[in-house]
Design a protein around this ligand. Structure first.
Ligand code: 13P
Ligand code: ZN
Length: 263
């Protein structure tokens, strides 16, 4: 089915970014997932879509999302195939009027990602707090995940400072740095709640020994933030493999960037 131009653009962007995640090597098998709040683009044709199955209860209600619509990648679906054929690997879901359940309305009965609790509770938080971000990406960037295996990096802002100091771009384009969520079961409400706590302060959150999650007004911004942080992590790793631990830019150099670029 052809949707309106705005929704088609969102679907094209989900497919585009899914391709990047695969190319980056961050999307082994079905690793990673994407959601996009399309409620503002929904028209009569989408509102009229029938439910493709029974209502599915949510583990936690999302009162700020009653009647909202999302494009969500499917559980077990591979990013390389999301890129190639989005509507066979993702679906459109509609949250119930009471925010307690959802139904799949397009196009095939594709169960949403197992990380739906995180995605929806984050979208609920974004709406409640009047924020403008509408897109959420979760992926498995190799070097960033490796860094979460090192206990000292898990202390507050240690990793932000280290990653900022590897290259000026990271300081400029990830000005808030990264939050850390201690290991929690994938797909759990606890993982969602701990992530939301970090999103008050950071746009990108690392899940210990698992992956990254980022939010943005669209999918390009959060993808680019994870990519930029990942570049810093790679520079750190390259230097270490050359036999030295990089000193990084000094505090003065980073303060200068902050001042000059108004970060
Ligand atoms: P899904 O296939 O259910 O989206 O799970 C992938 C994943 O990365 C879980 O954290
Ligand atoms: Zn994951």
């Amino acid at each position: 089915m052809k949707y309106n131009e705005n929704v088609e653009n969102v679907l094209a962007q989900v497919a585009e970014v899914a391709g990047y995640l695969w190319e980056k090597g961050w999307a082994e098998r079905n690793g990673g997932n994407i959601s996009y709040n399309i409620t503002e683009y929904v028209d009569e044709a989408i509102r009229a879509l029938p439910s493709l199955g029974d209502k599915i209860e949510l583990p936690e209600p999302v009162p700020a999302l009653c009647g909202s619509y999302f494009v969500v990648t499917g559980t077990g679906k591979r990013m390389r195939y999301v890129h190639r054929d989005i509507m066979r690997n993702a679906s459109i879901i509609r949250i119930s009027p009471d925010g307690g359940s959802y139904e799949i309305v397009a196009e095939e009965y594709i169960r949403p990602t197992s990380e739906l609790p995180s995605h929806l509770l984050i979208h609920d938080y974004l709406m409640r707090s009047g924020r403008s971000e509408r897109a959420v990406i979760h992926t498995h960037p190799i070097e960033l995940v490796a860094m979460t295996h090192h206990e000292p990096f898990l202390q507050k802002d240690v990793l932000s400072k280290l990653l900022w100091s590897m290259i000026p771009e990271t300081r400029a384009f990830c000005p808030k740095g990264v939050g850390i969520v201690p290991y929690a079961l994938p797909g759990s409400v606890l993982l969602a709640q701990e992530t939301i706590k970090q999103l008050g302060e950071y746009d990108v959150v690392l899940w210990e020994k698992h992956g990254a999650l980022a939010i943005g007004p669209d999918l390009i911004e959060p993808f680019d933030m994870i990519d930029t942080l990942s570049k810093s992590a790679k520079i750190y790793e390259s230097a270490c493999s050359m036999g030295f631990v990089p000193k990084g830019m000094s505090d003065e150099q980073m303060d200068e960037l902050k001042r000059v670029f108004n970060l």
